[in-house]
Design a protein. Structure first.
Length: 187
């Protein structure tokens, strides 16, 4: 046996259990540390945690407020967009209506111009017809007098007689052509 082993055996001390003075001084140190921690460190930790909690809760509140404002802005934007779409649709409808009105006005003007041109053409045609009829009457009168002079054998140079004969002849022709038209129309 060695002397340390003998000493241990003589005192009957357990090596796993510390000595009483170590336990007392360790307890005193622990109390001092707990007091220091409780008095100085714990309030600082509580203060920092409270600030962080306030910051987080404030951030959440600000985020919720910003979300509410964003939703209001989105609703306002959507309302303005719907209003703008309605305005655009109204403008398109107005433009279509104005386009239709312009087309109708142009169509009416074209019809009036067409009617004016047709009326002018008919007037010119009637004037030309009258001129041709007058020329034909005069020419037909001269031809009729020449034929009558040849048939009768005497001169019909007297203007008064000649004019009366020509007028009578033309009236008879008009009467014949008028009855021929009436007969053709009746069929």
């Amino acid at each position: 046996m060695t002397p340390t082993t003998a000493l241990l055996a003589a005192e009957d001390i357990n090596p796993l259990v510390p000595a009483t003075y170590d336990i007392v001084w360790s307890f005193v140190c622990l109390i001092a540390i707990v007091f220091f921690f409780w008095k100085y460190a714990l309030p600082v930790f509580k203060k920092v945690l409270a600030e962080r909690t306030n910051a987080i809760e404030g951030g959440i509140a600000r985020a919720e407020q910003a979300q509410v404002e964003a939703k209001a802005a989105l609703d306002k934007y959507n309302a303005q967009l719907a209003e703008a779409r309605g305005e655009a649709a109204r403008i398109r409808d107005d433009a279509r209506a104005q386009g239709q009105k312009i087309i109708e006005e142009m169509r009416e003007q074209a019809q009036q111009e067409s009617q004016r041109i047709v009326a002018t053409g008919q007037a010119q045609l009637a004037a030309q017809r009258q001129q041709i009829v007058a020329e034909l009457r005069a020419d037909l009168g001269r031809t009729a007098v020449d034929l009558a002079e040849r048939v009768v054998g005497e001169s019909l140079a007297d203007d008064a007689r000649r004019s009366g004969t020509v007028d009578r002849f033309l009236d008879e022709l008009d009467a014949m052509s008028g009855s021929a038209r009436a007969t053709t129309a009746g069929e």
